[in-house]
Design a protein around this ligand. Structure first.
Ligand code: TMP
Length: 213
């Protein structure tokens, strides 16, 4: 049984997901919730293969990439996310299944098959799109641009994310404003989810009141 809550943060490259994930995590912890950060691709067996090869090799078939991401996700869900949810934790994923639907779905022009191979990874309770225009997102990426970080590709991916918002599967946050404003919007969405799920904070050991002498 899932007792915790799974929130995923999504967006094209350069939207500040990781910064936002950590801000959310710090806030949740400050409120006494037990919360963990995680990211995809993982650093597990398949995730490491993706990080090593897929980003660097230009001509990997999209189907092959999609299957690798899906395999990484099954392991991620079963070994890491599910056990935490069963113990009542909040899991904040820096990318999850909607990344595959948006990136590989856009590249293949067939999101249905991408969904099908991902059916072993249950959807998150809340998927938030941090939406930033492509030009702005690309400017934020200072290091050498990786495989997917090209204008035309990201424009397609953003459109795919947009469709997921329109269908109600994801919630959108305007990511082009200051970091603090974006984080405040994300926090409000998560607060609402926690209220609906009636998840109560458990005081962390370090925040327990001191014992009387
Ligand atoms: P990130 O480390 O900035 O999140 O980048 C991960 C890259 O991998 C990003 O370009 C998106 C891509 N990706 C997919 O194409 N499909 C997926 O399912 C996942 C998790 C990531």
């Amino acid at each position: 049984m899932r007792r915790g809550v799974h929130v995923s943060l999504e967006g094209i490259d350069g939207t500040g997901k990781t910064t936002q994930a950590y801000l959310l995590l710090n806030w949740l912890r400050s409120q006494g919730y037990r919360a963990k950060y995680t990211a995809e691709p993982t650093y597990g067996r398949v995730g490491s293969v993706i990080r090593l090869h897929v980003y660097r090799i230009r001509k990997t078939p999209i189907e092959y990439e999609a299957l690798l991401f899906a395999a990484d996700r099954v392991e991620h869900y079963l070994k890491f996310i599910k056990p935490l949810l069963e113990r009542g934790w909040i899991v904040v994923s820096d990318r999850y299944v909607h990344s595959s639907i948006a990136y590989q779905g856009a590249a293949l022009g067939d999101a249905r098959w991408v969904r099908e191979i991902n059916r072993f990874a249950p959807p998150p309770d809340l998927a938030i799109l941090i939406d930033v225009p492509v030009g702005k997102a690309l400017k934020r990426i200072k290091r050498r641009k990786a495989k997917f970080e090209k204008k035309e590709i990201l424009a397609k991916v953003r459109r795919e994310y947009g469709r997921l918002v329109e269908s109600g599967e994801m919630k959108r946050v305007d990511g082009s404003g200051p970091v603090e404003r974006v984080s405040c919007e994300i926090r409000k969405m998560v607060e609402e989810l926690l209220r609906n799920k009636r998840l109560v904070a458990k005081p962390l050991p370090q925040s327990a009141p001191p014992r009387p002498a």
